[in-house]
Design a protein around this ligand. Structure first.
Ligand SMILES: [Zn+2]
Length: 379
């Protein structure tokens, strides 16, 4: 057998491989403890996985005295994954090894309004480019994934009812990519990917809401350490109705959705009306840093509205952490006003240990999350 062994590996072998890939086990003894298998059958299967080129056992692991156990990890030649975090204006591309560690990350300009076929074919070309340039020679591609800045039906991998994505509604993104790659394909809402990546930066927090404040507004929900998708729309707070004095019709056709007031796209439009042209929502942060009063005031109002929506959710779900990421998260008044709204209105028991903070995982959060979810599909 060779490193090109077909995945997934099923049964007990697959279980052991996943325990190593996710970092839960790094020795045969830990595998035996976590899997409940006898030491002898763990050893047999580890040998098979080594022979298949999927696991390597190296040097010394950590041990208290005595002979040091050898450390198990996924073989660097077992495979690579390509993952994209597709935004309205740019895409972040990652080449990851099977343990989810990025080998190379690139950012490119992209225009999601060009429609699904053009964007996805371009994306696949960019993946091929990344593989050719950065993948270790002879190491097979095992899976392909992308985040989408809109709602995704997890059962079909189709985009359903997105805003600002003309031509994408009901497009079979997963099928389109699978036709090109014939490999496991992950298609997931971008905020969900970010939530999975971000959750790894909060050890000890089991329940998180990860808000993505960018061109749109998204939220990923992690319950007991796992992504909660519901039927696909879980965490989608963009079309929750907010209380305002004015009235704006949202892209979805309803009035006064959160997104119509508090998304980066909405702030950009409001600034344009005030005679301040901003090429991209992300640049609003710069205006806030420069103390442009219109920008600061709009961001503060957006934070309050987001915070008011979150008060309901915090009382209901009672998370440990609300992490705020996305291109607007760096605008300090945004998080300050979210905090103010939540702490003022929520039950003391709900906020006593609640942390509302900027996201920690950085710009690669969605890629890391994509790698972790894709690994589940691959192994
Ligand atoms: Zn709406």
């Amino acid at each position: 057998m060779s490193g090109k062994e077909r995945l997934p590996v099923t049964g007990a072998q697959g279980d052991l491989l996943r325990l190593v890939a996710t970092g839960q086990a790094e020795s045969r003894a830990e595998l035996a403890r976590l899997s409940g298998l006898a030491a002898s059958s763990v050893s047999l299967r580890v040998e098979e996985l080594r022979d298949a080129g999927l696991l390597v056992e190296e040097g010394s692991g950590t041990s208290r005295g005595g002979r040091r156990p050898r450390r198990l990890r996924l073989s660097p030649s077992a495979g690579v994954l390509t993952v994209a975090d597709l935004g309205a204006h740019h895409v972040r591309l990652g080449l990851l090894d099977l343990s989810g560690t990025p080998l190379a990350v690139q950012e490119r300009e992209a225009d999601i309004t060009a429609g699904p076929e053009a964007v996805l074919d371009w994306l696949a070309d960019a993946f091929d480019d990344l593989l050719e340039t950065h993948a270790p020679p002879g190491v097979p591609l095992r899976g392909v994934g992308t985040g989408i800045p809109g709602p995704v039906d997890p059962a079909t991998g189709r985009v359903v009812g997105p805003s600002r994505m003309p031509g994408w509604n009901n497009f079979p993104v997963a099928d389109h990519l699978r036709a090109r790659y014939d490999l496991p394909v992950l298609v997931e809402n971008d905020a969900n990917l970010m939530a999975v990546g971000e959750a790894r930066s909060w050890p000890g927090a089991d329940n998180l809401m990860v808000l993505k404040a960018g061109t749109g507004i998204g939220c990923g929900v992690v319950v007991n350490g796992r992504l909660h998708r519901g039927r696909g729309a879980a965490g989608d707070i963009s079309h929750v109705r907010v209380r305002t004095d004015s009235s704006i019709v949202c892209a979805c056709g309803h009035r006064d959705c959160l997104e119509a007031y508090a998304s980066g796209a909405a702030l950009q439009a409001a600034l344009a009306e005030a005679g301040i042209a901003v090429e991209r929502p992300a640049y609003i942060v710069g205006l806030v840093d420069d103390a442009v009063p219109e920008a600061t005031s709009l961001v503060r109002t957006a934070g309050r509205m987001i915070g008011e929506v979150l008060t309901v959710l915090v009382n209901f779900f009672n998370p440990d952490v609300i992490a705020v990421g996305g291109s607007l998260a760096a605008a300090e008044p945004l998080i300050a006003s979210i905090r103010a709204a939540v702490y003022e209105r929520c039950l003391p028991l709900a906020t006593r240990e609640l942390e509302i903070a900027p996201a920690r995982a950085g710009q690669d959060a969605a890629l890391l999350g994509g790698g972790a979810l894709l690994l589940d599909a691959v192994l």
